[in-house]
Design a protein around this ligand. Sequence first.
Ligand code: CU
Length: 195
Amino acid sequence: MASYSASTQHRPRASETSSGAFWMVATMLLGLTVSVVGFFALLMWADARDSRDAAEPAAPATDHNVALPLNSFAGVVPANAQELAAAHRPYDATLPPIPAGDLVKVQMTLKDMTVEIAPGVKYNTWAFDGHGAPGPIVHVREGQTVEMTLTNGGAIPHSIDFHAARIAPNVAFKDVMPGKSIKFRFTAYDPGVFM
Ligand SMILES: [Cu+2]
């Protein structure tokens, strides 16, 4: 580019005019080249990103939905795992006898307890007073009516649900506040084991 002082009477010569046309075309071509190069650069970047994503699918992702830095203990076993397994006593699955009569009254109290889930492995949880976890078995005959009373002896609201009960869940299975109780009835229509 050239600049001229205002006092100079300037008349463009033929060589200047053709030079200006040359630069105009050159600038346009340069602009076009930049666009084309930019376009191919974009394609190459996208391609590189795709191949990187395909090459590293196992890269550990940070789960931002978890507030605490939680680690998985899957596959982690203590050195005395065999000893612990041998010391484990299986749960006695013997059913209690079926109560007599058409109406079976069941009472359970929820409680915050420390439960030993494996020999030497203790876990703070809510469980059932007098039982821990799992809770008591309710064994009835088809056609009997269960009258359930649940008392919340723990610190946070809790509910209980019976998977075989044909009952309005928003009524019977609603939260019971600490220190409160709920009572509901259902008739056992469906034979089976429900957990
Ligand atoms: Cu359930």
